[in-house]
Design a protein around this ligand. Sequence first.
Ligand code: HEC
Ligand code: HEC
Length: 292
Amino acid sequence: MKPIFHRQGGAVLLKVMLFSLGLTLVFTLIANLLPQVEGEAAQEQEIDLGALTMDGFVSLGETLFSGKGTCTLCHNSMGRAPDILQLDMVAIAKEHLADETYQGAATSVQDYLRESMLQPSVYVVKGFGQKGSNDTVSPMPVVNKAPIQLTDVEIDAVIAFMQAKDGNDVTVALPQGLPASEAAPAAGAKQAVVAALPAETAEQAFSKFSCTACHSVAGTTSPVGPELNTIASRLDKAQIRQSILDPNAVIAEGFDAGMMPLDFARKMTISELDLVVNYLAAEAAASQSGGQ
Ligand code: HEC
Ligand code: HEC
C-alpha cells in the first residue's frame, strides 16, 4: 500500500478523488435504502358515504387498485398478468364473455369483472394460468379473502374504477345506507396509513409489502411464488437477501421471472430487510424442530 501511495503526488490526489467519489456513491445508495415513508401511499381518505359522488367512488377504486387491493403487484407492465391500467377492461370483458371457452355465470361486464376477482379460475386468460395448469388454474388470489380482503363495497369501487378509467359508463351503484361498521373504505384507508409505517416484525413486513399475496409464509398461503417456509433449506442468507433485492438475478426453479416486484430495494428500510431476511433464514431450523 505505502509504496503505491507515495510514488507520486498525482496518484495520491487521484486516489483521494476516487475515494470521495466512492463515498458519495455509497451515501447515495444508503439514502436510497433509507425509509421512504413520506413517499408511500398514505392517503387518509375519510369517506362519508352519504356525500359520496361517483367520482369519489371511482377514485377510491383507483386507490384500492394500487393500495390495499395489491392489484398492481401483478397487473403491471412486467407481463405476468394482463396490464389492466393499459387495457380497456370493458371491451376485454365483452370479448371474454363471448369466448366459447367461457363457462362462468356472468352476463354483464360488471359481473364478469366481479367474477374475475372472486373466482379467478372460472375463466383464465390464455397464457396466464398457473404454471403447469394448462390455463385451468389462475394464479390470481381471491380478493375478498386473506390476505387482500376487499369488502363488497371496495370491490364495487374497483369495478367502477376499471370501467371509468377508459371513459366507459360506470354500471355499479354507489353504496347506500350501509351501517357504520360496513363503511369499510375508511377502515381500508386507515390500513393504508398503518402500512406506511416501518414494520417492526417480519410478519408486519410480509403484510406491508404484500409478500403474502404471492408466497406461503408465516401462516398464510399463496401459490404464485415459491413457498418461503422452508426457504432456508434452499438458500443461504446472502442468497435470500439477493432474491429480494434483485429478483431476476436468479429465478427459482419452476417459476417465471417478471412476477416478483423489482422495487423492494427502494421501498424497504434496512431494518425491514434485515427482519425479513433473518426470519426467512431461521425458518428451516424452526420447521425442522416442528415449530412454525
Ligand atoms: C398475484 C397476482 C395478482 C393479483 C394480486 C391480482 N391479480 Fe388479477 N389476475 C392475475 C392474473 C395472472 C390474471 C390472468 C389469469 C386469469 O384470467 O385469472 C388475472 C386476471 C384478472 C382479471 C381478468 C382479466 C381478463 O382479461 O379477463 C381481472 C379483471 C383482474 N385480474 C383484476 C384484478 C384486481 C382488480 C386485482 C386487485 C384487487 C387483482 N386482479 C389482483 C394476477 C393477479
Ligand atoms: C407479485 C408476486 C410476488 C410478490 C408480491 C413477492 N414475490 Fe417473491 N417471488 C415471486 C415469484 C414468482 C418468485 C419466483 C421467481 C423468481 O425467483 O424471481 C419469487 C421469489 C422469491 C424468493 C426466492 C425464492 C426461491 O425459492 O428461490 C424470495 C426469497 C422471495 N421471493 C421473497 C419475497 C419477499 C420477502 C417478498 C415481500 C417483500 C416477496 N417475495 C414478494 C413473486 C412475488
